[in-house]
Design a binder for this molecule. Structure first.
Ligand code: SAM
Length: 399
């Protein structure tokens, strides 16, 4: 445990001060220690690093008040976190009852300041409150909870019912979500070690994210462009719902993400996806008027998925969000021409900010002078669904 404790402190420093991606830091340290760490060590490392990242500001403010002497700043932060959890730590003997009382008292006095209580930067609290009013308090509180692990049955290989039986037989605890392809893991376990995963029978995908592709109303045999495909979460869902019939053109500006998409597609048995990196505007122009359906799963602040990516709180800035809003508008304006007259497009984000969502769609519809009309839009709020925050709008191109 001592080694793990030191490693968590180092890893936390990388996430907070070197602004490294939390998932990449986790993978790096697990692979570095794969010969010596037990499964229990790995679980402790991942949980404590995620939670100290999530609660960084709150722990930092407590540290400032009580100033314990465990070592470096991040060692102090980890120790303060551990003093309130059942993990225990090597310096256990140094966490006196007096210190625990001091931590609790400080916590009580800090709890009245929302940005500290919810462990977010002040600028984010101000922005959330300006955009969402009284709803913000509820949403940010839910965004600090632990995310459920949700799987999507890959209909190219199985059905939700069959997957439920297979995973249960393999010893996993899962529950089906009615009228959907989704299953929730009800007891924490590494489901990626299952045979079902190796055989491509499911993908991990939050339930909110699973609502986007059905919202596009795709049909077998259509031509679909997934314009911001990334590593393919939604392209794979498209292939599954289209039963591999028709064509999916997966675009992204980052070729390495599309390479990962191809690898995932092979495992999932998705054979109708063609990847194309966007190198110049010609890639888009060549596809003008070609798509029956267009998905724009736009780059966004990611504020709807803070549960999963708590490091976003410390890496994102208000300026980044301004830049993203600009990119979202450019993408809408330039990519919409890939749609055939009469076709549907969906604009989606994993944000709950109106300025990245309905306001962007309104801007687009107004700008296009009646050529495109809004059919339906939905915001999925974490406080209402228990899942990630998402927005989606279905827009029709006129003839
Ligand atoms: C929200 S992520 C996509 C997630 C993906 N659709 C999925 O379901 O796994 C947004 C993606 O947009 C890509 N992107 C950023 N700017 C872009 C642009 N101008 N054109 C196309 N893709 C872009 C990013 O590289 C990123 O992969």
């Amino acid at each position: 445990m001592k080694d793990v404790f030191i490693t968590i402190s180092l890893a936390l420093e990388e996430v907070i001060f070197q602004k490294r991606n939390l998932d990449q830091v986790i993978s790096f340290w697990i692979s570095k220690n794969k010969k010596t760490w037990t499964n229990k060590n790995i679980l402790q490392f991942v949980t404590i690093l995620q939670e100290t990242t999530r609660w960084w500001r709150l722990l930092y403010e407590i540290n400032k008040e009580i100033n314990p002497k465990f070592g470096t700043l991040t060692q102090n932060i980890v120790a303060i976190y551990l003093a309130r959890t059942p993990f225990g730590l090597p310096q256990e003997n140094r966490i006196t009852t007096k210190l625990k009382k001091e931590i609790n008292k400080t916590l009580e006095s800090l709890y009245c300041i929302r940005a500290i209580r919810e462990s977010i930067p002040d600028w984010l609290d101000k922005l959330g409150s300006e955009e969402l009013g009284s709803r913000w308090a509820k949403e940010i509180s839910y965004l600090n909870s632990n995310p459920p692990i949700v799987l999507r049955a890959n209909r190219l290989k199985t059905t939700p019912h069959e997957l439920y039986k297979i995973l249960t037989n393999e010893g996993y605890k899962v529950k089906k979500i009615a009228n959907s392809d989704a299953l929730i893991l009800t007891k924490s376990a590494n489901v990626f070690k299952s045979n079902a995963f190796k055989l491509g029978m499911f993908e991990q995908q939050d339930f909110s994210s699973q609502q986007v592709v059905p919202f596009l109303k795709v049909e077998e045999g259509q031509w679909v462009v997934d314009a911001c495909a990334g590593n393919g979460g939604k392209s794979l869902h498209l292939a599954s719902l289209m039963n591999n019939k028709g064509k999916i053109i997966a675009l992204d500006i980052k070729d390495w993400k599309l390479k990962e998409l191809k690898r995932r597609a092979r495992r999932a048995g998705a054979s109708n996806i063609e990847t194309k990196p966007i190198e110049t505007s010609k890639t888009i122009k060549r596809l003008h008027n070609k798509a029956d359906r267009l998905l724009i799963d736009a780059p966004c602040s990611g504020l709807g998925v803070l549960k999963r990516n708590p490091d976003t709180k410390w890496h994102l800035t208000a300026e980044n969000i301004d830049e993203l809003r600009l990119v979202q508008r450019q993408i809408l304006e330039k990519y919409c021409h890939m749609l055939k007259p009469g076709g549907f497009m969906v604009y989606s984000t994993c944000s709950i900010l109106p300025s990245e969502n309905e306001q962007q769609v309104k801007w687009f519809i107004d700008k296009m002078n009646g050529q495109y009309t809004l059919e339906e839009e939905q915001t999925l709020y974490p406080s209402e669904t228990g899942f990630d925050g998402f927005y989606m709008a279905r827009i029709k191109r006129g003839y």
